[in-house]
Design a protein around this ligand. Sequence first.
Ligand SMILES: Cc1cc2nc3c(=O)[nH]c(=O)nc-3n(C[C@H](O)[C@H](O)[C@H](O)COP(=O)(O)OP(=O)(O)OC[C@H]3O[C@@H](n4cnc5c(N)ncnc54)[C@H](O)[C@@H]3O)c2cc1C
Length: 413
Amino acid sequence: MTTFTHAGDFDVIVAGAGPAGLAAAALCAEQGLKTAIVTGPLDPFEKRHDPRTIALMRPSVRLLEHLGLFAPLKDVSNPLRKLRLVDDTGSLFSAPSVTFDAHDAGWDAFGWNIPLQNLHPALAAKAQELGVEFIRDSALGVGAERRELARVKLASGGELSAPVVLAADGRNSRIRGSAGMLMMRHDYDQVALGCFFSHSADHGDMSTEYHKPQGPFTTVPMPGNRSSLVWMVTPEKARAITGLSPGQLARRIQLESHGDLGKVSDTTELKSFPMQTMVAHDFAKERIVLVGEAAHAVPPIGAQGLNMSLRDAALAAELVGDAFAFGEDWGAEKVMNDYDRIRRRDVFPRKIAIHVVNTAMLTGFLPYQLVRAGAITLAANVPMIRDIVMRQGLAPSDEHVPRIMREEDLAAD
Ligand SMILES: Cc1cc2nc3c(=O)[nH]c(=O)nc-3n(C[C@H](O)[C@H](O)[C@H](O)COP(=O)(O)OP(=O)(O)OC[C@H]3O[C@@H](n4cnc5c(N)ncnc54)[C@H](O)[C@@H]3O)c2cc1C
């Protein structure tokens, strides 16, 4: 049997040191692949305030445990034991509120809510510890000729080559663009506002998604009497909300959450994020593998974004690592096709579900509202449907989940 060899600078190059790229790089390096990450403009080791907390579901927590990162992050994280949907649309066809309880599925928690400002530098430190080489530069694109190697052009003028490039350089990925990999895109007339806040009542480890006419208003529990907020509104309304004083904002959050969390105070500065749905036509092609938001971006509904991205990272590392271990070309067409097929099955149904839930909230069209209310009512009243929604919300079925993320007893339980 011949073993695959190459003349590239690295075995794997990851472009983009966001959480998805860092996880992919760490998992590749862990398997003995000589891995470089082109960081882009931001320092991934620096702890910068970010109002996003990431509800990571059980498979993603498994990935963090695998990397030895969950224990050090546990103190700043909060378990998600209940997820509640409240129909706050004021529609003629309003649904009852529905609460999904992890105990009903036999779990202690659906997952954990982890501040991105802690998760991101922790992933960078782990990648470095595992031997990933950090290239402080930006990737301008890849060369068109990729029969044996993919060549990444750097902003500083240099070039790096490897049999595989994992493009994790975000939703405006330059690697993806230069490789001619197209995206389907839908822009919403919405932005997501995010901040942290304190409250007088116990959150009971419950996240609540209030469905409102301009989009969801979601509170996610943090340690102590503190929560994070994701509030989707029109850009015009967002401008009005960001103009509020801290006291006015606290009062507004209290009103929108119907006082469920008691008196609200200590809000951090609001940050706004544009809302789009973007999904790649091809998830991998000709030695380029799209990972994270370079492959798919969705509105923050049902906490799917980074959970899907970590499954991208883990699967990319698994397929590349398996081929490497067998002495095969890890950038071969078969690796690309397997990745494309498996990730497509996970991402497409979620993208559609999120788009439907979001647009059904925004529309005044009664039949649409009836379907939305009917679906929530079914989930509220039929245990079997509630169970399916809970399990599918967490991850696809086991055969499509990367090996290191598969269900076992979590130490977190
Ligand atoms: C308000 C809000 C709440 C959210 N909550 C959740 C949640 O609860 N659960 C969940 O799963 N997801 C959630 N998400 C989604 C999650 O935040 C994103 O999916 C995730 O942060 C994207 O990570 P990424 O690594 O793919 O992309 P990014 O974080 O965008 O990383 C891309 C990286 O590439 C770098 N880069 C850019 N250009 C170049 C270049 N030319 N060369 C090299 N590098 C480059 C960038 O500097 C950046 O570091 C939420 C999103 C929002 C907006």
